[in-house]
Design a protein. Structure first.
Length: 599
């Protein structure tokens, strides 16, 4: 660069927010005052790489105060031609011209293969700038056949005179957009992807600068990601379910097994109702009875195991544990007993010298166990005290029996008959006397109600009275077929106001039970002796079973008022009259079954 020449001016474009991300292709506009005047003679224009820029040369011998290269400001019409334009850019300031000349717009050749771009935006900076594309009509015609010919007079007088800028030509409002910031040669897309021109309908919205999205690109990637996540989720679920299934099947269980058949110190073990072999094995393993749940499962196989409480030694082999749990004599069972029909709370001594253990004694024996370094169970005295002194609510007495029980507070026999007969296999030895009685009474009430005491009673008696009658039948009659007839005899006597005069009621308070009631047993005036009192005993006289209770609820039809058992087989004869009853009694005398009242 010589000293006479002015330094060249470089203008770098600042990228707008909507521009494409082009790097390394920054256009440069150069202005040089040493170039010849473009108004004298023009050579054939050269095609620039930029479709929006065209370069023309003037003769060198004609001096010119300034030469510039710039974009052409297009003129607007009602229907602008479908040509591509770029926004005009301001050059470096030029010397003040002699007179203002209005800029003339010239159409830019249209590239046939590139879509049309929207009309440029006219603002104060670009509209006031003179046009740099000047030349004779012949030059325009020779340069591009698509450019229409212009009048040379217009070109010489308006386009190429150096004068002060006049007022800009305003673009239609629909295409106007403010241009801010420093000078920028690019105003839209990159040179290789020009924006489309306004449509013929005149919408003419300027390009937004957003890059087109290839259909199916990102959604396809997200779809693949979702599919991968779905597959992973399914795989994790299958894995977890599989591991849980294998764990349930015992694949990961320990197979540890003890070898001893005697084991160590005993422990109290509870087997719940409906427990599976797997559950029982876990309980035994937790209580250190067997080495592992799996060892017990393998040893038990398909054997049936009873629920209840067991006294088992610790650290025994799984096979030994199975044999103890399945022992036919229930040697290792605790808290299990069977209460026969008609059994009383207290133990009774018979005429033969044998003592029949009562319910309290059976409970004390069934719950007494030493295990875990403790002594479990209750005594007869503890049961009698709890039965006599505990409140009706604490004992679990039902509402239909509460008044009668409440009247006898202080007498343990007040709960007689409220413990049902049958099998009791899961009495908890760890309970105290009150808890144990409450458990038995409440569960017995459930049995009575399931047997129809409160819902299917056709006897005409109240539930508690029906229970009393059923207890007498349990003690008086041996065969089930005679239960309904005996119930009818009692009901007929009650209807007539006749004393029951039942031996079983007199024997209830006797020191020695004897079928031949005589002496003090006969004359003792108690609340149970129906020889001496009218109506029913104050309480039941023993445990009641289902068959006797059903017989009272559905008594036989008849007018019998007497019955007597005539032999040890339990044969019972019924009579409608006292004369017939005396004959039946003679049969018992002949069989030497009774002696009292025989002739």
């Amino acid at each position: 660069m010589t000293e006479e020449q002015e330094p060249r001016t470089r203008h770098r474009r600042r990228r707008a927010p909507g521009d494409p991300t082009t790097t390394g292709s920054i256009p440069i506009v150069r202005t040089d005052p040493g170039l010849p005047d473009p108004t004298v003679e023009y050579r054939r224009p050269e095609r620039s790489a930029n479709p929006y820029l065209e370069i023309r040369y003037a003769q060198a011998e004609v001096p010119s105060p300034a030469i510039e290269k710039r974009f052409v400001e297009p003129s607007w019409s009602a229907e602008p031609p479908q040509v591509r334009h770029r926004a005009a850019v301001p050059p470096t300031p030029l010397p003040e011209p002699a007179a203002p000349v209005a800029p003339v717009t010239a159409p830019v050749p249209e590239a046939p293969t590139v879509p049309a771009a929207p009309a440029p935006v006219a603002d104060a900076d670009t509209a006031a700038m003179p046009s740099s594309r000047a030349g004779s009509p012949a030059d325009f015609t020779a340069t591009d056949p698509h450019v229409p010919a212009l009048d040379p007079a217009e070109l010489n007088t308006a386009a190429f005179a150096l004068a002060a800028p006049t007022a800009p030509v305003a673009a239609p409002a629909a295409h106007a957009a403010p241009v801010t910031g420093s000078f920028d040669i690019l105003d839209g897309h990159a040179e290789t992807a020009p924006a489309p021109a306004p449509s013929a309908g005149g919408s003419g919205e300027p390009p937004t600068g957003d890059l087109p999205v290839v259909e199916g690109g990102m959604p396809e990637r997200r779809s693949h990601r979702k599919a991968l996540f779905a597959v992973l989720a399914v795989a994790i679920v299958v894995l977890v379910v599989g591991l849980l299934g294998l764990k349930h099947l015992g694949v990961f269980d320990s197979h540890k097994n003890f070898s001893s058949t005697t084991g160590g110190s005993p422990t109290l073990v509870q087997i719940p109702e409906q427990a599976s072999v797997r559950e029982i094995g876990k309980i035994l393993a937790d209580d250190d009875v067997v080495g592992s749940k799996r060892a017990f499962i393998d040893a038990a196989g398909s054997r049936s195991l009873k629920a209840g409480f067991y006294k088992l030694p610790t650290k025994i082999s799984a096979a030994t544990a199975v044999s103890m749990l399945t022992d036919e004599n229930d040697t290792y069972r605790v808290g299990s007993l069977v209460i026969p029909e008609g059994l009383q709370l207290d133990s009774k001594k018979g005429i033969d010298g044998k003592t029949t253990p009562g319910i309290f004694e059976m409970l004390a024996e069934a719950t007494s166990v030493q295990a875990d370094g403790k002594t479990y169970g209750v005594t007869v005295e503890q049961l009698q005290h709890a039965a006599a002194q505990s409140s009706v609510a604490d004992l679990g007495v039902p509402s239909w029996a509460a008044p009668a029980v409440q009247k006898l507070t202080g007498d343990h026999r007040r709960i007689e008959g409220l413990i049902a007969s049958g099998s009791w296999e899961d009495i908890d030895p760890r309970m105290d006397a009150k808890e144990l009685l409450r458990s038995l009474i409440t569960r017995s009430v459930t049995r009575f109600e399931s047997w129809g005491l409160t819902s299917q009673n056709d006897s005409g008696l109240m539930p508690y009275d029906a229970l009393v009658v059923a207890s007498i039948i349990e003690r008086e009659v041996k065969h089930d077929d005679d239960y309904a007839k005996a119930a009818r005899v009692i009901l007929n006597r009650l209807d007539k106001g006749q004393k029951l005069e039942m031996d079983s009621t007199a024997n209830y308070t006797a020191a020695v039970t004897n079928i031949d009631v005589h002496g003090e047993t006969y004359t003792d005036k108690t609340e149970w002796n129906t020889y001496q009192k009218e109506g029913l005993p104050v309480t039941p006289i023993g445990a009641v079973g289902e068959k006797a209770l059903h017989a009272v609820e559905h008594p036989a039809v008849g007018d019998w008022v007497y019955f007597v058992t005539v032999d040890k087989d339990g044969t019972t004869l019924f009579a409608k009259t006292f004369a017939q009853h005396k004959k039946n009694t003679e049969v018992a005398c002949k069989n030497k079954f009774i002696t009292t009242g025989c002739s």
